[in-house]
Design a protein around this ligand. Structure first.
Ligand code: ATP
Length: 247
């Protein structure tokens, strides 16, 4: 393996309910320090790919039946989601899953569950607040009463509380106003540049994702149909025709 390869997914198949073959051999890589986008329409298999990596398929009655997933050169298919968090891989699920009845700060602290040290947790909380100043101003508000953008930031902030090397981000733009989408992606870019966090993000919003990612994979019907540097994909005629108009 190249020394800078963080995540290596090779030829994975995923079957739901023992019968529905949804991923038909997906391969992708995330280099250390990369921002990589998985693009494609509704139902293409983006969420399934992220869930396969973070081992969150079981609850959905899905399983990886072929292929392999390596993180830092080690097979990780058998690791539980919390083992993966301890190794530095954390997923932010689609739909901004915050605990509605908890405050923003309580939500963030819930993300520190793999860590014991109080000083470290406090330092991490401060760090999250420097990247998400909006969350600081809303720290005592119940998540249910914050905006969609603030809830998405809260979900990302909570993931950051485990001090990850790699964040799997599912549809961060979903349901957010364009200006808030930019705000969220700017923070992703900042975290990548300053904290060296790598991102693998699933997005239907191709245009925005390709502006912030360095590399992209396009998934259709459980297969990668195109891949390339984000700039190349953004100017590719097929991509423009099929995807850019849709976002
Ligand atoms: P979306 O943007 O809607 O989340 P996606 O690209 O992330 O789309 P997936 O959610 O990965 O797509 O879904 C891929 C396919 O797998 C779809 O056909 C979907 O109906 C099917 N699927 C997803 N979850 C399950 C499940 N728990 N059981 C059976 N089929 C599922």
């Amino acid at each position: 393996n190249a020394p800078n390869l963080l995540l290596n997914v090779n030829g994975i198949e995923v079957i739901y309910n023992h019968v529905a073959l949804v991923l038909k051999g997906v391969s992708l890589q995330v280099p250390e320090g990369g921002i990589v986008a998985i693009l494609g329409g509704n139902g293409a298999g983006k969420t399934t790919t992220l869930r396969a990596i973070s081992n969150l398929l079981k609850g959905e009655r899905g399983e990886v039946t072929k292929g392999m997933i390596e993180y830092r050169g080690e097979r990780v298919e058998a690791l539980s989601p919390s083992d993966l968090v301890r190794r530095g891989v954390v997923q932010v699920m689609e739909g901004r899953h915050c605990f509605a009845h908890l405050t923003i700060e309580e939500n963030l602290l819930a993300g520190a569950y793999t860590r014991g040290d109080k000083g470290e947790i406090a330092a991490n909380l401060d760090k999250v607040y420097t990247y998400f100043p909006r969350l600081k101003t809303r720290r005592t508000s119940q998540a249910a009463y914050t905006s969609g953008g603030e809830q998405q930031m809260c979900a990302i902030g909570r993931a950051l509380m485990s001090n990850p090397n790699m964040v799997l981000l599912d549809e961060p733009s979903m349901g957010l106003a364009p200006q808030i989408v930019e705000e969220v992606f700017e923070i992703v870019k900042d975290l990548n540049a300053k904290e060296k966090v790598s991102f693998l993000l699933a997005e239907q919003n191709t245009m925005v994702a390709l502006r912030y990612a360095d590399f992209g994979y396009i998934v259709e019907n459980g297969r990668i149909v195109m891949e390339g540097a984000a700039q190349d994909l953004a100017t590719n005629e097929d991509v423009k025709e099929f995807y850019l108009g849709l976002s």
